[in-house]
Every structure is written in C-alpha cells, then in structure tokens.
Design a protein around this ligand. Structure first.
Ligand SMILES: NC(=O)c1ccc[n+]([C@@H]2O[C@H](COP(=O)([O-])OP(=O)(O)OC[C@H]3O[C@@H](n4cnc5c(N)ncnc54)[C@H](OP(=O)(O)O)[C@@H]3O)[C@@H](O)[C@H]2O)c1
Length: 268
C-alpha cells in the first residue's frame, strides 16, 4: 500500500485509468487520491467511487507527495506554470506520463530541482495489465523504487534509459493498436471460415493471450514455440510461410520503425 497521497493532474482516459487501477490493486484508498480537470462535471461519477475531485491543481498537490501528470503534451506547459511555485523539492515526486516530453524539458519548465520519473504505460493499465517503462531524473533509489512499486501493481514495469523512451512508446503504447489489428484480422479470417464474429474474436484473443503467456510464464522463445506447432508438410507451416511471403515480419518491423520516425519528428 502506497502511504503517500496522490494528486492526478488531468483526469482524462489515462489519469482515470491510473486512479482506478491504483485502487483496484489495493495500492491506495480512493480517499487518498485527488483527481483534477478543468471540466469537472465530466468526472463527477468518480466522486461516488471515493476520489477527491477539484479543478484547483495547486490545492490538489498541497497534501499530496506523488504528483502524476496526465494532461496532453500541449497542455503541460500551462499546467506546470500553474503549479511550479507550489512544488516542494523536498516533498514532491513528479511522475509524468506525457508522451514525448523529456525529464529535462519538464525540469526546465519547473525551474527547480525535483525528482522526476517518466512513465510510459499503455491502456491495459485500466485492467492492471500494463507494460510500463520508467526512467528518472534527480530521483534517488528509494523514490524510483516507490514509483516502480506503484506501477508494478498496475502491470509489468521496466526501468530503462531515457533515450529509449520513444522506442518504448512505439512498442508498448502503440503496440496495443498493432496487436489489436492482428486480433481483428485473425477474427475476420475466422469469420470467413464459419465462426460468428463473437466466437472468432474469443478464439483469436485467447490464442494471442496464450501465445504471450507461453513466453512470459516460461523461459521460452517464439521460434521454439513455432517449431512445436509446425508439423512437416503441415497446415501451420504452409500458412505461416504464406504470411511471410506477403511480408508479415517485414511489415511489422517497418511499421514499428515508421512509428518511431513519426514520434521522433512530432512538433511540440
Ligand atoms: N492513452 C494512452 O495509451 C497513453 C499511454 C501513455 C501515455 N499517454 C499520455 O498520457 C497523457 C494523457 O492522455 P489521455 O489519453 O488520458 O488524454 P485525455 O483523455 O485528453 O486527458 C487529458 C486530461 O487533462 C485534462 N486537463 C487539461 N488541462 C488541464 C489542466 N490545466 N488541469 C487539469 N486537467 C487538465 C483534460 O480535461 P479538461 O479539458 O476537462 O481539463 C483531460 O481530461 C497524454 O500526454 C498522453 O500522451 C497516454
């Protein structure tokens, strides 16, 4: 259980998912979490779940020690200008989930030295199954561990070098869309073979989960698992090779690289 009070600034999709995930994982009580946004009426329902709600970011961070920034990249400078005078370097730890903004850029907007942890989760954080990459600036071991423990309760966490944060965004955050497209395509194939859409999606999604679990739950490798299901002259190798002739692996690698190039060239 995280003892510290948490302020989530920006109660949109991700901010709300983190708040709910933290409570669901029993990492904190809802009453210890304050969520902010400007249009407060849109999250009024969260009051019933026990969260504290306010539009006043400065008030929200007053009693908190963890400040989780969950606004859109373009909204960050305004938000930090609003709260920077109230940030206490000795008390607060800043956690930024904001895509593409470095810890140096955040530090330069706050104009004071404060522990900053960048977190790149994905939308599976809403069900406690995120892949979250973390990196830190001016945070000591204890502070980084505290934030890691928080995100460990919301999925799997990896501490990485900041230079890899954009690559992590593509693999983990955009990765959700890439795997969804595979599942959707497999579902469409299943429908053509006679399943109704619901059955085909269940089979495709559970098979994807099973394949991932074979790698995550035992020390295996994709090629080892592929060899186990590809009988010589069989249907699996025929299908797999046909997919490769149409560029399956190549398309995935190229897509990941193009995504990375795009994120590297996004204007702030
Ligand atoms: N979704 C993902 O998979 C994902 C993954 C990793 C990282 N991220 C990053 O997480 C951040 C949030 O993404 P999102 O999808 O949750 O966006 P979102 O739904 O648009 O949420 C942003 C929220 O911030 C609020 N906000 C804006 N300015 C504010 C201010 N000055 N004070 C308080 N609240 C303010 C907005 O509400 P009001 O307009 O009512 O204020 C809005 O609800 C982004 O920077 C994104 O890059 C997202």
């Amino acid at each position: 259980m995280v003892q510290n009070k948490i302020a989530i600034l920006g109660g949109g999709n991700l901010g709300t998912a983190i708040a709910r995930g933290v409570v669901k994982s029993k990492l904190s009580l809802a009453s210890n979490i304050t969520i902010t946004r400007r249009h407060l009426a849109k999250i009024d329902h969260l009051k019933k779940e026990g969260f504290k709600l306010t539009s006043d970011n400065t008030f929200a961070i007053k009693n908190a020690t963890l400040i989780i920034l969950c606004v859109q990249p373009k909204q960050l400078a305004g938000l930090l200008a609003e709260i920077s005078a109230s940030i206490d370097s000795k008390k607060h730890i800043l956690v930024s989930t904001i895509t593409g903004i470095t810890t140096d850029e955040i530090a330069s907007l706050i104009l004071k030295k404060v522990p900053i942890v960048r977190a790149m989760p994905n939308t599976a954080i809403a069900i406690g199954n995120s892949m979250t990459c973390l990196c830190a600036k001016d945070a000591n071991e204890k502070q980084l561990t505290e934030i890691k423990n928080l995100f460990d309760g919301l999925g799997v966490t990896l501490v990485i070098e900041e230079r890899l944060m954009k690559a992590a965004t593509v693999l983990a955050a955009s990765g959700i869309a890439f795997f969804m497209r595979y599942i959707r395509a497999a579902t469409q194939g299943g429908i053509q073979l006679g399943f109704d859409a619901e059955e085909a999606q269940l089979i495709a999604a559970q098979t994807a989960k099973g394949a991932a679990s074979l790698l995550l739950n035992q020390d295996s490798h994709p090629e080892i698992e592929i060899d186990k299901v590809t009988t010589p002259e069989g249907c699996t190798i025929a299908g797999l090779n046909e997919m490769e002739h149409h560029g399956l692996s190549s398309a995935l690698i190229k897509g990941i690289i193009v995504s990375f190039e795009k994120i590297s060239n996004i204007k702030k």
